[in-house]
Write a new protein. Structure first.
Length: 197
């Protein structure tokens, strides 16, 4: 029996059309999945970028500003009994919680990290109110002032300071913003109870 050529051609065309349709549907599905992955990744990257930008901004703007630096001298007049730093927030800073602050102290004789404590003991510092803060613990507005006190009884760095010595303080707040403070003692205390450093 002779096969109809026209029906064979139509059958072949139908098979090619179905194959093309299957390939097209597969391409659409792959493109949809790829688009979903790209949109999801873009969203995650945007959120991560915003978080990183916010953290970077905090590290730049949330600095503690050191306004005055003084050292109290013991009665003998040879050694430093405490370092007192009057601090405030830098312009544009968010709230700074001094209880979450760490001070890294370094001198030629010692190095240490100091944490906050309401009543300082070993490796700790205290804060007190100067103006506008609650117990000197939180700096919320530009005019707030607090005093950070590091005593020789709680700090090996301060305990070893004598006239002519120097030390470096690195104050790191809760956002990671860092303030560097250079302490340079005069060559003679000249019977003073307190000296500017």
């Amino acid at each position: 029996m002779k096969r109809d050529t026209q029906s064979t051609i139509g059958f072949d065309r139908g098979q090619v059309g179905i194959g093309t349709l299957i390939v097209f549907i597969a391409m659409v599905l792959v493109a949809a999945i790829a688009a979903g992955v790209l949109i999801s990744t873009a969203g995650e990257l945007q959120a991560q970028g915003e978080a990183t930008g916010s953290e970077s901004q905090s590290q730049v703007s949330d600095n503690i500003q050191v306004l005055t630096k003084t050292a109290s001298v013991d009665e003998v007049g040879d050694n430093v009994s405490s370092l007192d730093l009057v601090v405030g927030p830098a312009a544009g800073a968010n709230t700074i919680d001094l209880t979450e602050t760490t001070i890294h102290a370094l001198s030629s004789d010692a190095s240490e990290s100091l944490d906050w404590a309401s009543t300082a003991s070993s490796s700790e510092f205290e804060t007190s109110n100067v103006y506008g803060t609650t117990n000197g613990n939180t700096l919320t507005s530009t005019g707030d002032r607090a005093m950070i006190t590091i005593k020789n009884t709680t700090s090996s760095v301060v305990d070893n300071l004598v006239s002519g010595d120097s030390a470096t303080l690195e104050i790191v707040d809760q956002s990671g913003a860092t303030t560097y403070v250079e302490v340079r003692l005069p060559s003679s205390f000249a019977d003073k109870n307190e000296v500017t450093v």
